[in-house]
Design a protein around this ligand. Structure first.
Ligand code: SP5
Ligand code: ZN
Length: 350
């Protein structure tokens, strides 16, 4: 198995995120990935490699994100500092939002003010952006693209150690600690590499709203997500069971929301339902946005999976018999993230 390492991930290192009226320490920190690397050094389940510099990354990003959003990200840090030179000492967080057009706010008169532009492109104030965010997110996406290329080249499994994560990032927005939707980049690259049908099986605690939206009107990419019920859990505004796809994509999205407090037995039953949907679709490849925040010790999530359960999950994913790309998503019990992630990878190997 090839494991693509984002060597620039630590350039994205947020200090604080807004949570219920307070700034709290960031959960999505560089130490997360260091714990995964440390565990991979102890249990080398695959070859740690880096993406090559010749990948068509910009073209791949434009396949899943709008040009204006990518331009916004590329310039965001310098625009933030231009807004006020002392901003260089602070991470960028949005503080004003246009909501949706249905509230009467205009979308046809885009603001010049950068704080307002940040609110146009970010759906929460929990996703700090700093000088190195764009470079780190780009290199992570390169890992996802390289992992897809490896699978197209005949590799059975390829893991992208993506940090920042990606599955909350939509066609033209960031949020949920995510900027570039790495899983969508991988799925689209598999399609562009000639595969007719690709399935996405998202096992992060939070609904993969960005991935769902990117493929919502398409029948060539099936999106399936098992997650905390959005009536009580982040991201709240998407992820309900009645979202089944739209237009040509109708019937090609499946959400399996579960109540906060769910343990492995019930989660496993949902995984069987998800895997049956994947099998029925008969895809030629699979992408797994791998969030480990379903862990019982996760500080911001509510499921009760244990470390040994991740071995079983890896074995189940392998039993689908599909060429598979995995992207790293959430998982905030940092000290346990290495063991839990590598358990999935070890499970894949049978
Ligand atoms: C990729 C991913 O897993 N993103 C998750 C984003 C969740 N953001 C909202 C987190 C709420 C933080 N709760 C802080 C609790 C402080 N005690
Ligand atoms: Zn998550």
């Amino acid at each position: 198995m090839k494991i693509f390492h984002n060597t620039r991930h630590a350039e994205h290192s947020g200090r604080q995120e807004m949570f219920r009226g307070r700034l709290v320490d960031c959960h999505e920190v560089p130490q997360r990935l260091q714990h995964v690397l440390d565990e991979l050094a102890r249990r080398p389940v695959g070859a740690l490699v880096q993406p090559t510099a010749d990948l068509p990354l910009d073209a791949a990003l434009r396949q899943v994100h709008s040009a204006d959003y990518l331009d916004f990200l590329a310039r965001a840090w310098s625009d933030w500092v231009a807004l006020d030179p002392t901003n260089a000492e602070r991470d960028a967080l949005p503080s004003v939002w246009p909501l949706a057009a249905k509230h009467g706010f205009r979308t046809d008169a885009p603001p010049l003010n950068f704080a307002a532009r940040l609110g146009q492109y970010a759906f929460d104030s929990g996703t700090p952006l700093m000088a190195g965010s764009w470079a780190a997110a780009r290199e992570g996406a390169a890992c996802a693209l390289a992992a897809a290329q490896a699978v197209l080249g005949g590799e059975r499994f390829a893991m992208a150690l993506t940090r920042p994560p990606g599955h909350h990032a939509g066609p033209n927005y960031m949020g949920g600690y995510c900027f570039i939707n790495n899983a969508a980049v991988a799925a689209q690259a598999l399609r562009d590499g000639g595969l007719q049908r690709v399935a996405v099986l998202d096992v992060d605690y939070h609904h993969g709203n960005g991935t769902q939206t990117i493929f919502y009107e398409r029948s060539d990419v099936l999106t399936v997500s098992i997650h905390g019920d959005p009536r009580t859990e982040y991201p709240f505004f998407l992820g309900h069971a009645d979202e089944r796809g739209h237009g040509a994509g109708e019937g090609f999205n499946l959400n399996l929301p579960l109540p906060r407090g769910t343990g492995f037995e019930v989660w496993w039953a949902a995984l069987q339902t998800a895997m049956q949907a994947v099998s029925d679709f008969a895809p030629q490849a699979l992408v797994v946005p791998l969030g480990l925040d379903t862990f019982e010790g996760d500080p911001i999530s509510g499921f009760k999976l244990r470390s040994a359960d991740y071995l079983q999950i890896g074995r189940a994913i392998a039993a689908l018999g599909l060429p598979t790309v995995l992207t790293l998503e959430g998982g905030y019990a940092a000290a346990d993230l290495g063991v839990n992630t590598v358990n999935v990878l070890e499970g894949l190997r049978g």
